[in-house]
Design a protein around this ligand. Structure first.
Ligand code: PLP
Length: 410
């Protein structure tokens, strides 16, 4: 049989494997040293007890005739959709219809699958450095051309760097879809209302669809920073939004997320005419998914209970404190820094023009601290480095002190 050569021809996704290999080698040579991992993009705090109880109660309920649930609605249970709309959107002045929210098992799943709605020749744009899922999923579908010298021939990249303050310059060429992620992974940066309005206005003027990944919105502390793209007038016509309980409520191992597709978002059909993306996505999910398990959706709904929300907010605050610790320590180095305020990531420019990988090796050997080289997020991450706030407070404090020491030795 003939294979999908677009998948076969993908560059190896070697970042975390390569990091693990270097750390293992270092640990083998330095068995008495305690390595601190500040590179992982996964939460570490345990699930909130009230959420776990809702999860367990629903699972045990499945042993009774009344509590048993088979296949649920494709797009998710109304009890969860209703809570998402009431807690995440209405307080920001955004109202959504129940049929505009689709529950899924992950924002990775949805941001990866949403490209099934685009034509085979759709032009894709991403900000760079970038969360790899948007690029990889389109590359596998054959939309990005050839991979040469670290870049895809047909992908439009909008660089975000210290030079432009991490505000992307909008493309001059025709683009069908623009992926955005705010608060951003990996840079930890955000866009304010005015900056997002410029992008939404541009998308409306150019008939471009925005895929807005708001997986880190729970980390936003300033009311001037939108937590949803739908706070921006006009966004309902051009934007799809993907959110997740993963970083908000520690669901990386539980799996629950949602995608919003307003009824107004439309695309063109080859013979002329348009179709609503909401209807297409519903059709697609009906054929390819049976949704998320009942206990998981009960657990997600309990995140919005009074106690669930308090416990969840405490965990977010814990990570935010870690980010502050990192920023305070790194601030003494004079290095250029971004993020860490509305996001669990601190992005820095490496000292002395080192590559991200050279700085990785230097920190590992000098401080026994592991971070993520910017090159892991594409060529536009060159010479940068990501540290995460997802460790324990003790480890973060210790790592911050060690990093400061190591940089002072340069
Ligand atoms: C962690 C993360 C997600 C969340 O993905 P899930 O599949 O819901 O766990 C989505 N987008 C970005 C940019 C992320 O870093």
């Amino acid at each position: 049989m003939n294979l999908n050569h677009h998948i076969a021809g993908m560059p190896a996704g070697y970042l975390f494997a390569e990091i693990a290999r270097r750390v293992k080698e270092y640990e083998a040579n330095q068995p008495e040293t305690r390595v601190i991992r500040m590179g992982i993009g996964d939460v570490t705090r345990p699930l909130s007890p009230s959420v776990a109880k809702a999860f367990a109660d629903a699972a045990l309920g499945m042993t009774t005739a009344e509590g048993f649930h088979g296949y649920g609605p494709d797009g998710g249970y109304p009890f969860l959709i209703e809570r998402i709309i009431r807690h995440d959107y209405q307080p920001r002045g955004v109202d959504l219809h129940m049929d505009e929210v689709f529950i899924s098992d992950g924002a990775k799943t949805d941001t990866g699958a949403i490209q099934e709605l685009f034509s085979a020749d759709a032009r894709i744009a991403v900000t760079a450095p970038v969360y790899p899922v948007y690029v990889d999923s389109n590359a596998m579908a054959g939309r990005l051309g050839r991979f040469e010298n670290g870049r895809w021939s047909k992908l439009v990249t909008l660089p975000c760097s210290f030079d432009n303050g991490f505000v992307p310059e909008l493309p001059r060429e025709r683009v069908d879809v623009l992926y955005l992620c705010y608060p951003n992974n990996p840079t930890g940066t955000v866009l304010n209302r005015a900056q997002l309005q410029v992008i939404v206005d541009w998308a409306r003027a150019h008939d471009t669809l925005i895929i807005y990944d708001a997986a880190y919105k729970a980390f936003i502390t300033d009311p001037e920073i939108p937590t949803t793209i739908y706070e921006i007038p006009g966004a309902r016509e051009v934007a799809i939004e993907c959110c997740s309980f993963s970083k908000t409520a520690g669901f990386t191992g539980v799996r629950c997320a949602w995608t919003v597709i307003p009824r107004e978002v439309k695309g063109s059909l080859p013979g002329g005419g348009t179709a609503a993306l909401n209807a297409l996505w519903r059709r697609r999910c009906g054929s390819k998914s049976n949704g998320v398990s009942f206990p998981v959706q009960k657990a997600a709904a309990s995140v919005y209970s009074d106690i669930g929300w308090q416990e969840t907010a405490r965990t977010i605050a814990y990570y935010q404190d870690n980010a502050q610790l990192l920023l305070a320590a790194l601030g003494k180095t004079g290095l250029q820094l971004a993020g860490g305020v509305h996001a669990p990531y601190v992005w820095l420019k490496t000292p002395g023009g080192m590559s991200g990988w050279d700085f990785f090796d230097y920190l590992l050997k000098t401080a026994s601290v592991v971070g993520t080289p910017g090159e892991g997020f594409g060529t536009f991450g060159q010479g940068c480095f990501r540290l995460t706030a997802f460790s324990t407070k003790d480890n973060t404090q210790e790592a911050a002190a060690r990093i400061l020491d190591a940089i002072n030795k340069l």
